[in-house]
Design a protein around this ligand. Sequence first.
Ligand SMILES: Cc1cc2nc3c(=O)[nH]c(=O)nc-3n(C[C@H](O)[C@H](O)[C@H](O)COP(=O)(O)O)c2cc1C
Length: 255
Amino acid sequence: MMEVTVLGQQQGGWPIGGTLHYNDRPGHPLNRYLMPGHALPVSGRPRRPPYTAGLSLYGCFPMPDPAALLVLDARRSVPSRQLGEPGPDEATLLRMLASAVRVPDHGKRVPFRFLKISGDARHALGEFLAERARQRDPAISAAALDKDRQRFAHAPLVITVVASVKPDPKVPELEQLLTAGCVCFALLQAAQALGFGAQWLTAWMAFDPAVHAHLGLADGERIAGFIHIGTPKAVVPERERPDPAGLLQDWTAPR
Ligand SMILES: Cc1cc2nc3c(=O)[nH]c(=O)nc-3n(C[C@H](O)[C@H](O)[C@H](O)COP(=O)(O)O)c2cc1C
């Protein structure tokens, strides 16, 4: 037997609080709920391997968690122009990404990777974008050119979520792209949860082959999004949200 202290309270008869006992045997049904190596507190004996519980259990047991809805409902984008220093440090970024990679992923293909663009790299990319914008449209206005030059200059950090789509007999391309899209959304949530603002942007540069090559994308890779992350300089007003009742229909079989 191994003893793991689980975060949370006893509720509805589920062992979500206090101490959970389980057999430390490969194949034991509880083992899949215990994640190796996560930095959550563990007490008890012994600690090998460093299993921890808490969040991983939390999500697996059918426990109501209305606070999670508050978090989802509070999400809003902060426009990149309104994002400033400080950005997340490396450890904080990795913590965000740890949440972002917990996406539904058909076949566990992990069809995504990240490019971190920060510091001078943002300005270097801006110069390239301006050059490329002029190449695409020699008549481009000075204002449009400057907008492209500055696109990556506002937020201290931009995480490019690259969708690494591969031909797969079981997992269609669309599903791989959707998984990469989920990563973008989860990263927005994680950034906000850690006190940062974020915005998911694309624009022409997300679809331009020359930009792809400049960023080092391989064949079949696409840009799911540029996630701009920083500290909000202002409170962003809420916008009107769709009414889910108006979007919901009962489906009935066609006659
Ligand atoms: C795939 C994707 C690409 C987007 N690209 C842009 C963009 O290039 N420019 C832009 O102004 N907003 C873009 N948006 C919208 C913003 O990320 C954001 O959703 C919008 O400002 C509304 O704010 P909200 O997230 O609070 O609803 C994009 C959203 C998605 C999902």
